[in-house]
Write a protein that binds this ligand. Structure first.
Ligand code: HEM
Ligand SMILES: *[C@@H]1O[C@H](CO)[C@@H](O)[C@H](O)[C@H]1NC(C)=O
Ligand SMILES: *[C@@H]1O[C@H](CO)[C@@H](O)[C@H](O)[C@H]1NC(C)=O
Ligand SMILES: *[C@@H]1O[C@H](CO)[C@@H](O)[C@H](O)[C@H]1NC(C)=O
Length: 352
């Protein structure tokens, strides 16, 4: 029903078939200096930014996202992750959406992002609709930020108001992807420092990791985990965990090759935004090393372990913190785009 409002047919589209510390103080001091250069904490965004120029913006994004998530809940995960990858490279400026051209190397083709990011077509659809409704007004960076909020909401997560007024960048940070994006097999402290660099705290990091309550990961990203310390962290290895581990091993054989087989990060409620991700960590069943390390890393700082316990016990506390941390992440601005940015006509290309 909701899809009466969609700009194009979702059902039957190709899309629907692809169902497919003490040390922290130290890091904090070291990175505190860098922080000032990386992120401006006063993005100057407002809740009513499009009130007079494009009053239908929130409704349009919501309708398109309803259709997208209804046709495949995985789309919620795609969009949420896109927003994260946008914000961590030169701020939330729509840079992740840019395609490669002769003069521009897009972030989406950086090694860590290739074959791993999806949802671009959903943003295209929203943009098309908005360009017919209020041409040249709504930035792609804002579209992605609102869409990420709606994605979370539509699969059962919390609501929050989205500050708006971002500008789209005229450049992308291909090289910065490798420097800024955390990876599955990176140490906890290293991941923490990447969040601190963005002006995000350890609490933000643990709460935002809860995004892994939806979506899937590819074998290449959890092979070292399941052939590594999985049995050690899951102690004593209960029969259900053993079945789970065997299943993961059959999806992801030890030899390189089958790198594209995917599995849910929260195998109990993969399409629901809830706090069960933290329960997987308590059971030692976190799929990625970076996930399980929040709770069981030998270097696990008490702070992350306690936060995991807190969010596992208290879903409301998780939702509240997740919402606040998402706003904070959405506040990471690219001062360059803020000053000299634009509103792209097409999210994939800088305006001519
Ligand atoms: C804390 C550090 C993080 C690390 C190391 C990390 C790493 C990863 C990896 C390796 C995957 C699987 C990608 C693939 O196999 O193609 C993934 C998926 C995902 N990540 Fe993260 N992530 C982190 C934080 C976040 C944050 C902050 C968010 C959003 C707020 C997020 C949202 C997602 C989502 C929704 C997926 C599933 C995507 C899908 O279903 O295709 N992640 N992440
Ligand atoms: C923030 O917005 C106000 C009003 O639009 C403007 O006067 C001010 O210069 C802006 N500040 C920054 C840092 O962009
Ligand atoms: C995000 O930015 C807005 C305005 O730019 C500000 O009012 C709000 O307090 C910020 N929120 C967080 C959590 O940083
Ligand atoms: C892994 O993927 C390959 C092809 O990509 C497929 O043939 C194989 O059955 C998959 N294994 C599992 C367990 O999903």
């Amino acid at each position: 029903m909701a899809c009466l409002w969609c700009t194009s047919s979702w059902f039957g589209s190709k899309n629907s078939k692809i169902l497919q510390v003490h040390m922290v103080l130290f890091v904090s001091v070291v990175c505190g200096g860098l922080l000032l250069e990386a992120a401006s904490n006063d993005p100057n965004l407002t809740l009513d930014y499009y009130k007079s120029t494009c009053p239908s913006v929130l409704g349009i994004v919501r309708k398109e996202m309803e259709c997208a998530v209804l046709s495949d809940p995985r789309n919620a995960a795609f969009i949420l992750r896109l927003h994260f990858h946008d914000c961590f490279v030169q701020g939330c400026d729509g840079s992740i959406l840019l395609d490669d051209t002769v003069t521009l190397k897009g972030e989406k083709s950086a090694p860590q992002n290739r074959h791993s990011l999806n949802g671009f077509k959903i943003i295209d659809r929203i943009k098309n609709w908005l360009e017919s409704e209020c041409p040249g007004i709504v930035s792609c960076a804002d579209i992605l930020t609102i869409a990420a909020r709606d994605a979370v909401l539509l699969v059962g997560g919390p609501y929050w108001d989205v500050p708006l007024g971002r500008k789209d960048s005229k450049s992308a940070g291909y090289e910065v992807v490798e420097t800024n994006m955390p990876t599955a097999d990176e140490s906890l402290l290293s991941i923490i420092s990447k969040f601190l660099y963005q002006g995000l705290s350890v609490t933000d990091m643990v709460a935002l990791s809860g995004a892994h309550t939806i979506g899937k990961a590819r074998c290449v990203n959890f092979r070292r985990r399941i052939y590594g310390d999985f049995p050690i962290t899951t102690s004593p290895l209960n029969p259900i965990s053993q079945v789970y581990l065997n299943n993961l091993k059959s999806i992801c054989p030890p030899i390189e090759g089958e790198n594209y087989n995917e599995t849910a990060m929260d195998y109990l409620t993969p399409h629901l935004f809830d706090n069960s991700y933290y329960h997987t960590l308590l059971r030692g069943e976190g799929l990625l090393n970076s996930d399980q390390n929040l709770y069981s890393s030998l270097l696990a700082i008490e702070e992350t372990r306690e936060l995991v316990e807190k969010y596992a016990a208290n879903p409301i506390a998780f939702f509240q913190q997740f919402a606040e941390s998402m706003v904070k992440m959405g506040n990471i601005t690219n001062p360059e785009a803020h000053e000299n940015g634009e509103v792209r006509k097409t999210c994939r290309f800088v305006n001519a």
